[in-house]
Design a protein around this ligand. Structure first.
Ligand code: CO
Ligand code: CO
Length: 349
């Protein structure tokens, strides 16, 4: 019998059968908070990338967990992408990741042990590249393959990049091109080219460590907010910053960096997460003249996407120059504006 491809162990490539933003809100609404503790600096209530807990006056823990189904058939690549994606939430809080715990869900009837081993090897290779120690992990039986990590890092309590930190006039800067979800989905249906897939993979495999390190070296006050662009897409994660900060994020869609082929493929098919994201975006305002494929790109769920920063306007040129000098293709994509009368949280123009 021929072995199944890794992506055949998943109902939906790159998903962990997750609740969409709307379902998650409904499930969480009204639940009592477990315990009040003044040392909790950031928790789930602001939909930040990771929680932050002040450990001492000059050190806070950053904790997050992320795991999902295979979006590629190569197990070594899948393991690396899962690790890069999980680490990203710590970088997005301004933190430095230090330790990780692996989480794996594996079907009873496969994949073969040597394939599972390659997934773990890919993850470990990426953790090593990031300077993160693997402490342990947990595996369960599940009809779908799922893999990822819980990651712990540290940050100075005064230098946490919270979603609530965006200020009117801040410039929006994105550090990776968009379109990984569109390309992965197209690949499943045999519609992407080899070079389109390899650009998407290269982007997903890239750690956000350099972009974060350059930003940590910025003067205090220059960085407003930061998030990584993942499953809820650019519009979804921008919505989280808009809600937490009380402002509106306005994107100039023609300035958005795009993976080669993603706009053409966007018209042909859409990842399921993109559709559940679109349903949630009733406060996403799209100005007339914005091309439909660019709207789809803004809703596209990203795997291991880039960091979205809001930067003080006087600092943005230096910030982008420093990112580019370090090899990060940072791009200016919009600005933070006052909340408009129509209640729009994110505006595409
Ligand atoms: Co995140
Ligand atoms: Co996350």
């Amino acid at each position: 019998m021929e072995a199944k491809r890794l992506t055949e162990y998943a109902d939906c490539a790159g998903c962990a059968s997750k609740l969409g933003p709307a379902e998650l809100d409904a499930v969480m609404a009204g639940l009592p908070f477990a315990h009040h503790d003044d040392r909790v600096l950031v928790d789930f209530r602001t939909a930040d990338d990771a929680g932050v807990y002040r450990w001492s006056d000059d050190s806070a823990l950053v904790q997050t967990v992320d795991f999902f189904t295979p979006m590629v058939d190569d197990p070594w690549v899948f393991g690396q992408v899962a690790a890069a994606n999980a680490l990203s939430d710590v970088y997005a809080m301004g933190g430095v990741p230090r330790t990780a715990l692996a989480i794996a869900a594996l079907p009873k009837d496969g994949p073969a042990p040597e394939v599972v081993r390659e997934i773990f090897r890919g993850g470990s290779d990426k953790l090593r590249e990031a300077g993160v120690a693997l402490l342990g992990g947990h595996t369960v039986t599940d009809p779908e393959v799922k893999f990822g990590y819980s990651v712990t890092g540290h940050v100075h309590p005064d230098r946490v990049w919270k979603n609530s930190g965006a200020r009117i006039g801040d410039v929006l800067v994105l550090t990776k091109p968009l379109g990984t979800g569109i390309i992965v989905r197209a690949t499943k249906f045999g519609r992407s080219t080899e070079s389109q897939l390899s650009s998407a993979l290269e982007s997903m495999l890239g750690l956000n460590s350099t972009a974060a390190e350059v930003a940590r070296n910025a003067e205090p006050g220059q960085i407003g907010a930061c998030t990584d662009v993942t499953g809820f897409g650019l519009a979804g994660h921008a919505t989280e910053i808009a809600l937490a900060s009380g402002h509106t994020l306005e994107f100039t869609v023609d300035a958005l960096p795009v993976l080669p082929g993603a706009l053409d493929l966007a018209i042909q098919n859409l990842p399921c997460g993109g559709r559940s994201n679109q349903r949630h975006y009733d406060r996403l305002k799209v100005e007339p003249g914005v091309r439909h494929e660019l709207f789809l790109l803004c809703c596209d769920p990203q795997t291991s996407g880039g960091l979205l920063f809001t930067i003080a306007p006087e600092a943005v040129d230096g910030f982008i120059a420093a990112q580019r000098a370090a090899g990060v293709p940072a791009t200016r994509v919009g600005e933070v504006v006052p909340r408009s009368a129509d209640g729009g949280l994110v505006r595409l123009r």
